[in-house]
Every structure is written in C-alpha cells, then in structure tokens.
Design a protein around this ligand. Structure first.
Ligand code: GLU
Length: 406
C-alpha cells in the first residue's frame, strides 16, 4: 500500500494533522482533490492510424491561488499518481510561499516512442481537451517528467486560440523566446543546490561527495551547480543505468557523452545499475528520477548521511522510517525541488506584468526563496524535534490553515 503514492500522501496528511492544531475542515478540504479531469486524446499517427491516449488533470486545492503543477508524459502516469503529485504541489507551493494551489496531470505515453509531429499533435489535442479547465487565474500547467518547454509553447498557443487572445500566463516553463523566464530550465536543479547548502550549514557540514540518480533536466542542472560549488560528483545514472568514478566525474563531459550516445554507460569509471547507485559510499544521495526509488528493501543499504529529494515522492513511508532510525537527514521533496515552481511563479508574474527579468535577478530571487523556506523548515524541525519532512508539512499546513476558508 505504501507504494501507492496517493495512499502515501494521505497518510502523510494524517500524520501532519496530528502534529498541528489545524481546523478539522482543512482535513476534509485536502483529503480529496477538488476536481479530477480525465480525457481521451486521439492522435493521428504518422502511419495514418488513429491512436487514443489517456490524459489527466487533477486540481487538488486552490485555497492559496490558482491550481499549479506540471504535466507528466510517461508510461507510468495514472490517476492515483496524478492525485498524489497534485497534493504534493499544494504542499510544495505552501512551503515555498508562492500564491498557488496544487495541480498535476499528464498523459500515459512514452514520448520517446513518438515522432516530433506526433508529439506536437498529442500535446495540442491534449491542450484543447483541457482548455476549459485551465487559465492564468484558474490552473497553470508546467513541464514535468517527459515534457518540455516546446510543449508548453504549444499548450499556450492552443489555449490562446481557444480564448481568442494571447495568454502566455496559462502555462509556465515556456521557451524564453515565447514568454518563458530566464533561469526556469535550471531552476529545480539550482534550487535544490541552494536548499542543500542552506541545510548543510545548519548541520555544520560543508561539501562532500555526491551520487545522483536521474540525469534529466533536474539531475543535470543540480550536477552542474553542485560541481561549480566544489561538491565532488562521483556517480550519475539515468533509466538505462549509470557510472561510478570515485575520483570524480566531469559533468559537462558526461552531458556531451549522453547527448551523443543516448546513455551514460561507458562514459567514465565503472558502469553501475540504478539500484547500485543508491548504496554507494557517498556523503549526499540525490534521487532525481521517479517515485519509490528508496524502499524498505534498499533503505538499509544507503550509506549517505544526507538525501536531497529532487524527485517527487522518491522515498516510501517504510523507507522513511528506516532512514530516520539510521539518522540519515532527508531534505524532503516539497522543499528540495520547489525551485522549479518558484521560478514558474516568477515567469507567471513577468507574463502578467509584461516584464522580462535578467537571469541573475531570477536566480538571486530563487536563492532567497529557497533559503527562507529551508530556514523555516529547519526551525520547525528543531522546535518540534521532528524530521525535516514532517516539519515541511507542518509549515505547509499552517500556511494553508491561515487562509480564510470560503
Ligand atoms: N513539475 C514541477 C514540479 O513538480 C514544476 C511545477 C510548476 O512549475 O508548476 O514541481
């Protein structure tokens, strides 16, 4: 049951309610999403045949502002996953202090199996199906696993046609030339770096060796940031497996190698599996791929002292208990990976004000937001003697509880 992300979200909610004195009404508001939209998206494939894909948009809660969260294009997408991811967005947005609620959606598809044309038709058709439920003041999607800035542009374009005017603020994470924000691509990875450094200072630690599971947009930019700050990246992996080089990995070389060959295997050091990367003798472990990476079975093999959750929901509940018992500090997803949505908020603000902020400015604001949120969560954990995860949920729930109930 704990591997079902929605059941996991509900038990975390229950646990947090017991740690806070929030009004019982809040529980009722949060234990089910406000709205669930399920659609069938027909697409004409290059072969001429029509294929239908299953798509979802879950609007979990909008007490703090419009629903906000990504659209995932992945074969594993289903309703319970989308519900959990939407719930985590509600909590994440409350922790990082952006005026949004939580939403999430996606399509059950492997985008790697589609041609460019098929992907564009799928995305545009999906956007048309969702056009009546999204909007700059209503629900603002963004990229997630398997979706790109280009796809966000197609969605903005379809939505703009639907409402009959240019409406770039309906999605974030767009290409910079189409109203996207400078720094959005780097935001989740860099934000994770800022949060990590803020917590390490509190722990009296500085730098260290790092293993990163997941080398998509998030893992890649985190790796670049961490390397630039003197951390030694010793292991990297993606869905095909990875590499371990105790002497350190040149991140740019690994990026180029992967672009050329489609894999990290053989790039440097020794080839390792996605499971082996979790058990390496490193200081910091960074799950940056999908849910349920760290389980009851492998949590006892983790050697890192600190885990930075750049993926959403990478640790099961049982694994969390094992890590706590073993004194491993977990910087929870709803804090660690909030940098993406923080810069999504900056993008939304820029679109609405017709402004364009410089990259340095965006990153400085991101750093400030991540450090403030990390300090709040840290202080709460010290005050209540609870884990950083429980503390992050307490901070989120308190913020939600402060909103006037309508
Ligand atoms: N998909 C990202 C996340 O899980 C970003 C969401 C957004 O920017 O709205 O946080």
């Amino acid at each position: 049951m704990s591997n079902n992300p929605w059941q996991r979200a509900l038990s975390q909610l229950q646990k947090t309610l017991e740690l806070t004195d929030t009004h019982p009404d809040l529980h009722h508001r949060l234990k089910e999403p406000d709205n669930v939209v399920e659609v069938n998206v027909p697409v004409t494939m290059d072969s001429g045949e029509t294929k239908t894909f299953r798509g979802y948009r879950v609007q979990h809660n909008n007490m703090r502002g419009p629903y906000k969260g990504g659209l995932r294009f992945h074969p594993q997408v289903d309703l319970d996953e989308a519900k959990a991811l939407a719930f985590w967005m509600t909590m994440k947005n409350a922790v990082i202090g952006v005026p949004f609620g939580g939403g999430k959606g996606g399509i059950e598809v492997d985008p790697k199996e589609l041609s460019g044309g098929e992907l564009e038709r799928l995305t545009r058709n999906f956007a048309r199906e969702l056009a009546h439920v999204i909007g700059p003041e209503k629900d603002v999607p963004a990229p997630d696993v398997g979706s790109t800035a280009q796809m966000m542009h197609w969605i903005a374009d379809e939505y703009s046609k639907h409402v009959g005017e240019d409406a770039p603020a309906v999605v974030t994470g767009k290409p910079v030339e189409h109203g996207g924000s400078e720094g959005r691509t780097e935001a989740t990875g860099y934000g994770g770096g800022y949060a990590l450094e803020a917590i390490l200072v509190k722990l009296g630690k500085e730098t260290g060796t790092v293993a990163i599971q997941g080398f998509g947009n998030v893992g890649l930019y985190f790796a670049h940031y961490a390397a630039s700050r003197g951390f030694k990246i010793v292991a990297l992996s993606d869905s095909k497996g990875g590499i371990y080089a105790p002497e350190g990995i040149d991140v740019s070389a690994a990026e180029t190698y992967k672009k050329g060959t489609g894999t990290l295997l053989g790039c440097a050091g020794t080839d390792i599996s996605n499971e082996e990367i979790l058990a390496l003798p490193v200081d910091i472990l960074v799950p940056a791929a999908l849910e349920n990476a760290i389980t009851k079975e492998n949590a006892s093999h983790v050697q890192a002292k600190v885990i930075l959750e750049l993926a959403n929901g990478p640790t099961t509940i049982e694994a969390d208990d094992v890590l706590k018992e073993r004194g491993i500090v977990v910087i929870p997803d709803i804090l660690a990976n909030a940098g993406g949505v923080a810069v999504s908020y900056f993008e939304w603000e820029q679109n609405r004000a017709g402004e364009r902020w410089a990259k340095d400015d965006v990153l400085a604001r991101l750093k400030e937001k991540m450090e403030m949120a990390a300090a709040k969560v840290w202080n709460e954990s010290i005050e209540k003697n609870i884990t950083l995860r429980d503390a992050a949920y307490v901070v989120a729930l308190r913020s939600l509880g402060e909103v006037k109930q309508g």
